[in-house]
Design a protein around this ligand. Structure first.
Ligand SMILES: [Zn+2]
Length: 250
């Protein structure tokens, strides 16, 4: 991260961080034979909800530095008034060291499980032991749905009947926090967010920056770093991979 951005973060009263697809390192996995065809394989087996977890394990095996980059970001905002919203559902955000009360993961996480049919009673917490087993690549049972008896699955967006109640409480905390940013010196750091779920981070961040005259948006992405016209002078687009940029010394 460059000195200018670091300074902006330190001078801000509130810091909003968005974490997107570049932290799943798909570029690192391209060409890996077990990655190519993975989606199709999981789809055929009805196990698409395992995708974020499988990607995470693959990226670690491939020597990813994404977790390191996120830890760097977490260290930078420690003890400050910040909030993080991220779309990575494979466990990396939970591990990075952000204060759990300042993190929302609307695409799901490794913290919750649900019924594949979306039965209300199926939503539950994943224990630390279960999570460790999942991360180690073990095929474990997450238990049965108390309502329909089906095997529970991970609570994420790749689930056909994604139970969005899994992140509802965090979401309420997040939107409340956002309301409190108006007229505050807000630094918005958008890291590696592409166009996969633009309505979750990208567009709301632009809106937040537009309506707050004291906000500044730093958008980092290898290709999609452009800022809209109406943010001229109140933002900066940086055309670099966000993981590299976080760990760079420039
Ligand atoms: Zn059920």
């Amino acid at each position: 991260m460059d000195a200018e951005t670091k300074d902006r973060i330190l001078q801000a009263e509130m810091v909003l961080i968005g974490v997107g697809g570049e932290f799943e390192d798909r570029r690192l996995l391209k060409g890996n034979p077990s990655y190519e065809g993975l989606v199709q394989e999981l789809e055929e087996k009805g196990l698409l909800f395992c995708l974020p977890l499988r990607l995470r394990r693959m990226q670690e095996q491939a020597g990813s530095r994404a977790l390191e980059a996120l830890k760097e970001a977490a260290g930078l905002v420690q003890g400050r008034n910040y909030f993080v919203i991220g779309t990575c559902a494979g466990g990396i955000l939970e591990e990075a060291g952000f204060d759990r009360g300042r993190l929302v993961m609307p695409c799901g996480s490794l913290e919750k499980k649900q019924c594949p049919m979306g039965c209300p009673g199926g939503l539950g917490e994943i224990s630390g032991r279960e999570r460790a087993a999942l991360m180690a690549g073990k095929e474990i049972s997450l238990g049965l749905c108390p309502e329909c008896g089906r095997e529970l699955v991970l609570n994420n967006i790749f689930q056909e009947k994604y139970d969005e109640r899994g992140y509802r409480e965090d979401w309420a905390r997040y939107t409340n926090w956002l309301k409190g940013t108006l007229n505050k010196r807000l630094c918005i750091l958008e890291l590696g967010v592409g166009m996969e779920y633009p309505g979750v981070i990208r567009w709301p961040f632009e809106t937040a920056a537009f309506y707050n005259q004291k906000a500044f948006l730093v958008r980092v992405h290898e290709k999609l770093y452009q800022l809209p016209e109406n943010l001229k002078g109140r933002g900066r687009g940086i055309g670099r991979n966000a993981v590299d940029w976080m760990l760079g010394r420039d």
